[in-house]
Write a protein that binds this ligand. Structure first.
Ligand SMILES: [Zn+2]
Length: 425
């Protein structure tokens, strides 16, 4: 039996976490997994799904051959069930994260996130959740092992396929979280049945064994171009406050830089896309209930509770930000129309600056989506929809700086017939 040991080096961008619902901290809805030393921890099992999906997308699919039978509940789960050996020849042995710049500790941040109300296009009441995530980017070293029967060693094509893996780390991949790129795959084979192999096997352990064996290098593809890229400037103040309580509502920051999170982009763009689709093809053409329906063309692109979306919205850092002293506003009592002391609030928006919207595709995107999102961006440019918090109080107007131009009309072939029928009636 020939064993192939591999070391994949992944560069991880800031703003990621592996972990889910927390039980022991009432202030945090979703926590990050940490190891006993307090470092963000990535269990190999949390990456296995991303690797399997990558292998499954190859032509021909390589997931069953390399990783064994598909998990129950996934399409074609019985594929490979007639194989005698259903154990996974390829496995992720472990991962280790180290922050960029050799920082002594990983920075953590707490982020609030709200759902967008379908009807109002604003934050839905009661939907605020807090998550703890890693603010530090860095390097994730992933140790992989393939045990091939003599007639089924790992081939050069297999290694090339693995080196093209675009991993997703942890949760919220479609909302700016867990962006990563495989920069390098080191590999090598060892046969412990031979004297030389046995000597290496017995004289090293853990990461040292991988370092000794995996000495050949494949360079990965570095950061792909985004599927959509648009530049904006802040017209009259942008507040990306995410609900963290405090005396002043400040814009969300990461390592000292203000940012508009991908989740905010995704919320407004999805909401406006639904509006456009309904305006064009009728009320039933897009989600009607507050929860995603899972049936409409918008759910197919932006995802729903059972399926991840096809678009990943990056977090946007605000360049050349200009912050002003906190503004004090007075909340108006909706009943009496007078001011109420308890509603006094102070905000500190980013008064000026530039930012880029960048969207990556996670699958094949139907052709209607690109022009439709450009219509949404033009609506933002025209001031029809605001971005961030307190848009009803004059904040959040962005101007599109590049590229300019008129988007193509929105034509969704599968809805065209129903629209024609409606018009004929
Ligand atoms: Zn839907």
């Amino acid at each position: 039996m020939t064993t192939t040991l591999m070391i994949a080096t992944l560069s991880v961008e800031p703003g990621w976490a592996v972990g889910n619902v927390t039980l022991d901290d009432p202030a945090i809805d979703r926590d990050i997994l940490l190891d006993t030393a307090g470092w963000p921890w990535v269990p190999g099992s949390s990456l296995a799904g991303s690797l399997r999906a990558h292998l499954a997308a190859a032509a021909p699919p390589a997931d069953v051959r390399l990783m064994g039978r598909r998990p129950a509940g996934t399409p074609d789960a019985d594929l490979g069930s007639d194989e005698e050996d259903t154990a996974s020849p390829l496995s992720i042995v472990g991962c280790a994260f180290s922050p960029a710049d050799g920082a002594p500790a990983a920075e953590l941040e707490i982020a609030g996130q709200t759902a967008v109300d379908r009807d109002r296009g604003a934050a839905a009441p009661g939907s605020l959740r807090f998550s703890r995530i890693a603010a530090s980017g860095g390097t994730l070293t992933v140790y992989l092992r393939h045990d091939g029967a003599d007639d089924r060693p790992l081939t050069g094509d297999d290694l090339a396929l693995i080196s093209r893996w675009q991993p997703a780390i942890g949760r919220d991949r479609t909302k700016g979280g867990g962006r990563a790129a495989l920069s390098q795959l080191k590999h090598g084979t060892i046969d412990p049945a031979t004297p030389a192999g046995a000597r290496t096997w017995l004289s090293h352990s853990g990461p040292g064994l991988f370092d000794a064996v995996a000495t050949q290098v494949i360079t990965g593809r570095s950061g792909d171009q985004p599927w959509l890229d648009a530049g904006f400037e802040i017209e009259d103040g942008l507040l990306t406050w995410d609900g963290i309580p405090g005396p002043v509502a400040r814009s969300r920051q990461r390592l000292g830089r203000p940012l508009l999170p991908g989740s905010a982009w995704k919320g407004i763009i999805r909401s406006r896309t639904e509006f456009i689709v309904r305006s064009r093809y009728g009320e039933t053409a897009a989600c009607q209930a507050q929860a995603s329906c899972g049936q409409c063309v918008v759910c197919a692109v932006f995802g729903h509770h059972q399926q991840r979306g096809l678009l990943a919205f990056r977090d946007s850092y605000i360049d050349q930000p200009r912050e002003e002293p906190a503004r004090t506003g007075v909340g108006i009592d909706r009943v009496t129309g007078g001011s109420r002391d308890a509603l006094l609030f102070r905000t500190q928006p980013v008064a000026a600056g530039h930012l880029r919207l960048q969207i990556d595709k996670l699958g094949e995107i139907p052709p209607w989506v690109h022009p439709t999102i450009w219509h949404v961006l033009r609506d933002i440019d025209h001031g029809l929809i605001g971005v961030g918090s307190r848009t009803t109080r004059g904040l959040g107007t962005l101007r599109l700086t590049d590229p300019r131009g008129d988007p193509a009309p929105v034509i969704i072939p599968e809805l065209e017939n129903s629209a024609a029928t409606e018009q004929a009636q």
